[in-house]
Design a protein around this ligand. Sequence first.
Ligand code: MCN
Ligand code: CUM
Length: 796
Amino acid sequence: MSQALDEIKIGGLGASRKRVEDNRFIRGKGNYTDDITLPGMLHMEILRSPLAHARIVSIDASKAWDIPGVHLVLTGEMMATRNLAWMPTLSYDTQAVLATDKVRFQGQEVACVIADDPYIAKDACEAIEVEYEALPVVVNPEQAVAEGAPVIRDDKENQQDNVIFDWEVGDAAGTDRAFEQADVISKLKLHYPRCHPSPIECCASIADFNRATSKLTVYMTTQAPHIIRAAVALVAELPEHMIRIISPDIGGGFGNKVPVYPGYVCSILASILLERPVKWIEDKTGNLISTGFARDIYLDGEMALRRDGKILAVRMHCDSDHGAFFSDAQPSKFKIGLLHSAFAAYDIPVAHLSDRGTYTNKAPGGVAYRCSFRVTEAMFFQERMMQAAADDLGMDQAEFRRMNFVQDDQFPHRTPFGFLTDSGQYGKCLEVGLKAIGYEDFRRQQAEARKRGRLLGLGISTMTEPLGAGNSREYDILGIKMFDSADLKVHMTGKAIVRTGAKTQGQGHETTWAQIVAHELGIPAEDIVVEEGDTDTAPFGMGTYASRSTPVAGAAVAMVSRKIRAKARKLAAHLLEVSEEDVEWELGRFYIRSAPDRGVTIQECAMAAYSNMPDGMEPGLENTAYYDPPNLTWPFAVYIVTVEVDPETGVWDVLNTVAVDDCGVRINPMIVEGQIMGGLTEAYAMASMQFITFDADGNCIGSNYMDYLLPTAWETPGFELHSEVVTPCPHHPIGAKGIGECAAVGGPAAFVNAVIDALSGTGVRNIDMPLLPDRVWEAITHRRDVSGGPPVRSDD
Ligand code: MCN
Ligand code: CUM
């Protein structure tokens, strides 16, 4: 006589529950860092370097100090007296907080002014006189390693050149042998330009040091509050228990809010010195010119092929441009992020990958942007290479991928670079996508249109992304293992609060974590509140990036719910006066196996935990789980795009976009679809319009929204999403895989492949992103590749 609850009705697994956080966001009641005003608060502004590479001869701040309302001027020299002129980065490098010896990129932080209001602070910045002696500038990896290149990081004792690392993975000798056996060798060289995560809210912090309590509270826009607490404890040598980091609402992160930035450090020091709250709100140019950039990598590779289409081996070399400081947030063991996740979905016997990282006079780059570290570059190269190889073989694009996929019965599969993928239905996803786009039909239309001079194209891209860093055997950041956590407290009336070590920036955790608890315990989702981002209350966790929240923190939410259920079972047995073994569970209720209509609800168990527990039982119903995942999760996706290119102007329009995402079990299908649409929008932006570039003097071009373009609803094409392929993750407690970045990772290659496909027969193999109309026009008109470096827009 089951009385089981309807899981969808209580907002459990699979319910497209409306996002609870939107109640406040759409009413304008969000609480962002800039909304917070503390009594006695001062304001900080940063003076940035106008030059990309220069020796600092002198800094004279006397005029700034004289301006009424100025409380403090911080310079590198003052920071140095407290050992804070430099700070360690997340990649075992160092980064200048405020420049002392040299400036190394345009926009670098040189001084800070703290004043009564931000306008006074800004004026005072302009009153600081800095004398620079310009130095030769390096703006790409080629210049960085050229004879006689200036050594950018002459601050580092053993640094005699601009090379940060030479990293390799795979089997070089085996790959050489495989290439000797090849019938066809296909080659491709491309550049993935610098992109910027560009959240609508810029970075911000309010540091509040209270001398009386010795407590430092910092409100800030960080995606990883506990990491920041640890960093402040270690760098500023403050006791960790006296530091409280609070991430309130965040207006988009996209990876931009993972690193530690000089502005945070300066506002903290200023608050300690002045004993007043100090607020720093970065402006848009400051954000675009100085905070973590992504990509900026030159990829050069080749594929060894058998005539029948079987891939025998892959060889890749990358030159990655990290800017002036190597400040990537990435697992310590992998110097190239997870670039070696390339080709994980294809059954390739042997491969070799090398990467040389270099310093240049550009803002620190290499931070991920909606990407599990450097997976985006990996998948982009992979799918561009797949298209080039199929073309070289004269094979059908879909057939070439299908025959080389890791097949469903080959899991677990060891990829050529050592990852272990565990599940997927790659062929099925492709079939769904081809059917949806009307593949055969489109190919016919394309041939017809071609006869009339119209250029239609179809691009396929697939991606499998290692999400959920990560199992502690392999993943750490600065030695700290990458598990995550959840803390669940069930109150006596059966309502509950769950906290995790993750931090939502728009992904909807407040909605979805409650759904996981609802699924595990039968408590309606609306009775569960989710809280994240306060280090004084949340359990320790590594934060939200690399779509790790569902794979790691979300798993912890399921595990802690199960701990609660185990205790509730004891309480149920006590209330029903039977032994625990005689108690059965159905959603939200325990009952006696032999008498199913005699049962108690989870809410009754909760009350008993506070009012009627068995002798010897610890009161209360709360617990914490720390979750160390056994492996990454491996979502898979197929994106197919059709375009029409205007041969006269190079303008291209998207006709259709089909997305088939398999992220395992979907907690909230509507939120998952939102993530996919957002990711595809960013993919389209990267492919069609976005880049940040630098002229020969290192001037950043793209430091405002006139040059750096964000697509609006007007430019963004429509997307058709498919959810019919579901391969549950075999090791995740509820079978979910990450989804937050998949479409941004796999999407760009689909758009680019479509345009290149439209140009087939012209001999054009590559146009580097962004595919601006003038570049496409140049390729069509001169029948040549347009690749190499970023386009430089300059006045001369
Ligand atoms: N989800 C689900 N079912 C699944 C997988 C996920 O319902 N099988 C839900 C999750 O519960 C969560 C959302 O989808 O509400 C995204 O989950 P997940 O894939 O775990 O990713 P994270 O929560 O870790 O988010 C990080 C990811 C990253 S790294 C970037 S960058 C990015 C992205 O999310 N930044 C974003 N999406 C963003 N979306 C918004 N609105 N704002 C950002 O800054
Ligand atoms: Cu990779 S950008 Mo997200 O990992 O925050």
